[in-house]
Design a binder for this molecule. Structure first.
Ligand SMILES: Cc1cc2nc3c(=O)[nH]c(=O)nc-3n(C[C@H](O)[C@H](O)[C@H](O)COP(=O)(O)OP(=O)(O)OC[C@H]3O[C@@H](n4cnc5c(N)ncnc54)[C@H](O)[C@@H]3O)c2cc1C
Length: 484
């Protein structure tokens, strides 16, 4: 992604060398995304249908959470908007009062994404949709084969001048006085010199961790899951336009439908479950026949490097940090690291203010996503296993406590700066996890009860009508972007 974005944006003004090792390979498990990836693909001017075809991808309207609040419970975190704002207030404020009066249905009935997804319907916003129809509000992301996407982007970068070297980095050479990285020595004996080094070496963090020793901020006391086992299986039905995540006794299981197969994984805490148990559990809970051997579990720790930019090294991707994949945020974090780097692109003097700004922004971004993830664990009624008892009783960051208190009072949410998840996401997950506001914004009472009822009813009707004319997801794919 980094090489593709740099070659596309800077062209021949920059000499980009991409070092990769086939023997080591890529981690290859990022298959579900957030809608921002569309902006990245747009920057590269990638044709959407071609991209979906080549990565055997599908469309994603949101994530279905099963068994998170309690066993048997299910809610959808859909992208896009809920209802329509009126005057000062977001729709959910009116919904809160209507619900108290017993007139409103589940919040999911008032969002086109959350209503369409479980019905298996998908449509991108039609270019001729009138601006005030919910069809214009459909916001979507992708589910795709990560290895195919990486290969696609490699070809993209090479076609635009990136020089790719196949080989293993075995030594990072630094200037004795400044500590700046000067070159990398490869197993072949070759040396690759450069001005700016972007560490995309995954969990190995060869430069940012191995050479520069940027400390790792460990957040596992809030996000205790530290292992994952992944396995693809045969698909047994049409691909759903959403990712499913089901809470399990020591973690959770993902299900990501692609055109040709279904991606599955079990993310768990090694404190509460052994690797053998986790693997057996995953294999016993697949839709179809496994298509590969699950292999060894992937080990990780939730957290990030304190400095993701240090001297002339910028860490992008897993090298810089990782937050478990519950909300599919890792590829987004790479994307936003790349765009931040392009905004703060240095001259050779490397003014330290660039590094400070980059690191402060990255810290903010990670912490806001971290809090959103913790919300799914701490706000639970589950107490059936050790993991869930731990989560519901753990201390949480003060920043998250404030968000929860604000919402629990009267359903308010205040988005801080450029944090990734906006009101729609926080509201759906707060409600889905059982945080029900005691009241609603006082301005809701300015609307008469009769007007409130007809407003809420009208939104429900128009959304149901729009969903009924959306095609089925598999039909849309077959018509526009079916893989070979
Ligand atoms: C269990 C799990 C599930 C995930 N699910 C999602 C998801 O649904 N959505 C999402 O957005 N993200 C997800 N992610 C994150 C996603 O997988 C990564 O963000 C993404 O794959 C990018 O990884 P990377 O490029 O940082 O590292 P990698 O894919 O590990 O790439 C590292 C690269 O460095 C090279 N390399 C390493 N060491 C050397 C060396 N010594 N010499 C030369 N080359 C070297 C490797 O060959 C490779 O090319 C998930 C991660 C995990 C662990």
């Amino acid at each position: 992604m980094t090489a593709a974005a740099l070659t596309k944006s800077f062209g021949k003004r920059l000499e980009v060398t991409l070092i990769e090792s086939e023997e080591i390979g890529i981690i290859g498990v990022g298959e579900s995304t957030v809608p921002h990836l569309r902006d990245f693909n747009r920057l590269l001017e990638i044709d959407e249908a071609d991209f979906i075809r080549r990565t055997k991808g599908t469309f994603k309207l949101g994530i279905q959470f099963n068994d998170w609040r309690r066993i048997g419970d299910s809610y959808m975190h859909g992208f896009g908007t809920i209802g329509r704002s009126l005057g000062l207030l977001d729709f959910h404020q009116y919904w809160l009062k209507a619900r108290k009066l017993g007139w409103a249905r589940d919040i999911g009935q008032y969002s086109i994404n959350t209503l369409a997804a479980p019905q298996g319907r998908f449509l991108p916003p039609p270019s001729d949709a009138p601006p005030n129809t919910p069809l214009a509000d459909i916001v979507y992301a992708y589910q795709f084969d990560a290895a195919l996407y990486a290969r696609y982007l490699r070809g993209f970068a090479e076609a635009r001048g990136a020089r790719r070297i196949e080989g293993k980095v075995v030594e990072v050479r630094q200037n004795g006085a400044s500590g700046f990285v000067e070159s990398l020595r490869l197993e072949s004996g070759a040396s690759v010199a450069g001005d700016l080094f972007i560490d995309c070496s995954g969990f190995r963090a060869l430069l940012i961790g191995g050479a520069l020793h940027s400390p790792f901020q460990d957040w596992t006391h809030w996000l205790p899951l530290d292992r994952a086992i992944a396995v693809p299986c045969e698909k047994v039905g049409p691909p759903t336009p959403y990712t499913r995540v089901t809470a399990r006794s020591a973690g959770w299981q993902w299900r990501i439908p692609l055109q040709h197969r279904t991606g599955n994984g079990h993310v768990y805490s090694s404190r509460f479950m052994s690797d053998d148990e986790a693997q057996a559990f995953l294999l016993a809970n697949l839709d179809g026949k496994p298509l590969a051997d699950p292999g060894k579990p992937i080990r990780f720790a939730a957290g990030k490097r304190t400095k993701m930019w240090d001297k002339n090294v910028v860490a992008i991707g897993l090298a810089g940090g990782f937050l478990e994949p519950l909300e599919s945020t890792a590829i987004f974090l790479s994307q936003s690291g790349i765009s931040r780097l392009m905004q703060l692109f240095p001259r050779l003097g490397f003014d330290p203010v660039l590094e400070r700004t980059y690191n402060a922004q990255a810290q903010f971004e990670f912490e806001r996503i971290r809090d959103f993830l913790i919300l799914h664990y701490c706000a639970t009624e589950r107490d059936d296993t050790e993991l869930w008892r731990y989560c519901r009783n753990m201390d949480i960051p003060d920043s998250l406590r404030e968000y929860i208190d604000l919402f629990a009072d009267a359903g308010r949410f205040f988005r801080n700066g450029t944090e990734l998840f906006a009101v729609t996401s926080w509201v759906q997950v707060m409600l889905g996890q059982g945080i029900v506001p005691r009241s609603y914004h006082p301005a809701v009472d300015w609307v008469s009860d009769a007007d409130l009822k007809s407003f809420v009813d009208a939104i429900e009707k128009v959304i149901a009508k729009c969903v009924s004319i959306m095609p089925r997801h598999e039909e849309f794919i077959a018509r526009h972007c079916a893989a070979d």
